[in-house]
Write a protein that binds this ligand. Sequence first.
Ligand SMILES: *Cc1c(COP(=O)(O)O)cnc(C)c1O
Length: 388
Amino acid sequence: MEEKFYRDSFAEVDLDAIHYNVRQMRGRLPEKTGVYAVVKANGYGHGDIQVARTAIEAGAERLAVALLDEAFRLRKAGITVPILVMGYTRPEDALLAARENITVTVYQKEWIERVKDTGETPLHVHLKIDTGMGRIGVRSEAEMESVLSALRNTENVQLTGVFTHFATADEGDLSHYREQNERLTRLLEYFGESWSGEVDVHTGNSAAGMRFPGHMFQYVRFGIGMYGLYPSGEVKEERPIDLQPAFSLHSTLIHVKKLEEGEAISYGATYRTDPGEWIGTVPFGYADGWIRKLQGMEVLVNGKRCEIVGRICMDQFMVRLDECYPTGTEVVLIGRQEDEEIEMDEVADYVDTINYEIPCLITGRVPRIFKRNNEVISTSHRLQHPLV
Ligand SMILES: *Cc1c(COP(=O)(O)O)cnc(C)c1O
């Protein structure tokens, strides 16, 4: 798929890295444990369809997303592997999910009672257990039983999985993780006594999968690690598997000028130049996801770190250069240039957040270029093609 765009700013997604990371995770897991490639939120901003296809090629058996809409996009692209919607699906949309063979998450008996009479196609559901994330899921034997009895009374809703989600699997202190596992054991024991059908069990995200591969039941839900990012500083230090970052962000200088002392830069005139400073303009702004808080962050020009000076505008920002560079010179916002590198983690640290959030911030206005074996195999651009 080739979607044309007419600017020199883009995110490059290295699908070889995605492939490598999935292989690394697989290599760490026992034979019996498979991989859900988590491609919610447009593949953490990387491009859902391309990442999904690559992950499947690398051995991921299934896909997981947060929303039904995200699952539909994958089906429309012709992807046929099992897809799980891990978040809430509206009961009125259950029939559509069933028709597209999309598995949805359940945890309320009322929900099951509402979808009871829809259509003939069976709807596959996974039961969510809340063992200490406090988000969605059944929390006790009694709550589990009420969902199970609702399921027993319906023909067209089939329970094929049970899962939970960990809140602290990426931390040094594992006491809450252990407590979640204890609650899980109790609830799974009850489940085993109450329900006779075979189901898949899956519990671990990237952190749990990498750190405790032997405890992962049938599947790991592999998200952040697949993108080559460690779930936390602790896990990065432990480095249970090697990961390669897939995402880099590129732009160019569109204007370069030498200024006298005290010249103002950008809105609010908050930055004033020193005598003879070279200032470059980069056509990338907060509407692309380069939020105003990134003022003062560095970017790479000619393999050197240059500071963003003055406020970041909607579509442009300015950098202080060490010397004169021609218009068209490449600028790297995330990734490698010569011997320098700006990691996703550095950008995240700068704005006091986690690496997960940064690629999600990069908006649909920024084209994604997908590379495999060092060749561009496709490009995507949500601005012009919101649905493909
Ligand atoms: C997002 C998500 C994951 C993936 O987590 P990572 O830390 O990115 O691996 C797994 N399970 C659920 C329920 C999620 O929402």
